[in-house]
Design a protein around this ligand. Sequence first.
Ligand code: ATP
Ligand code: MG
Length: 276
Amino acid sequence: MQTVAVPSRVLSSQTHVTALTGPELTRPKLETDRLSVFYGDHQAVSDVCLTFKKNTVTALIGPSGCGKSTFLRALNRMNDSIEGCRMAGEIRYDGIELQSRQVNVLEVRKQIGMVFQRPVPFAKSIYKNVAYGPIRHGVKKKKELDRIVEDSLRKAALWDEVKDFLHQSALRLSGGQQQRLCIARALAMQPDVLLLDEPASALDPVSTAKIEELIGQLKKEITIIIVTHNMQQARRISDETAYFYMGRMVEHGPTEQIFSNPRSEQTRQYISGQIG
Ligand SMILES: Nc1ncnc2c1ncn2[C@@H]1O[C@H](COP(=O)(O)OP(=O)(O)OP(=O)(O)O)[C@@H](O)[C@H]1O
Ligand SMILES: [Mg+2]
């Protein structure tokens, strides 16, 4: 295969790397190679090899404590900020090793955005919550910020509900609205990959449906990895599913195959409600 030197967004400026060319789809957007994560002596994730294709939704499923969130946080180096947490193995984003010293972590988190289980808006206005990231990354013009805020809130299916009080506190929004605000905040950075850790677990069915619809829209532009305990949700929204058990990735494949005809007996038991 042909290779060519390209500048990468996640590397420090002026740095060029050799990247594969050819059809984009031949290379995964993101992949892990024998990824392990430890908290002190405790190994939470063991030797996970997984690939995530561009413009697909991958669901990570498995019983509580099996390492889904730890694995997800590793993918944009969010675990770096947890004391005593260390990783082994490799994560490659567009072919670039994310643990490399040349990689700019802030840029990684911009490209690979994350939304957590519990919405955590800043104690600021709705507008400032969404504009915060772009401002930190140098956007100054009010017109440009207005456009980013509106676009992101529209994409997160929240604009119509908040457009008349953008300058009121985000803490006055309902839980479901706060979660969509957090999604808007992540989208304002124009991420290439979005990591969602049980984004709908605390939400009512209407808000959940909105978030599921949003995921369907977003995958036209970005790659999505979602942790969920809701099997119906995984089946509805994902193209691929990976089943985790006690830190290991047991099985990965097309969602329909995993749910209708899993290769592993453990996966079958979990999906049918006998584990977890
Ligand atoms: N900050 C931390 N410090 C120490 N141990 C941790 C930390 N976070 C998670 N762990 C441990 O790592 C293991 C995996 O936890 P993780 O939160 O990744 O599981 P999970 O699959 O996301 O579970 P759940 O479905 O309940 O959210 C567990 O044994 C947990 O106790
Ligand atoms: Mg978790």
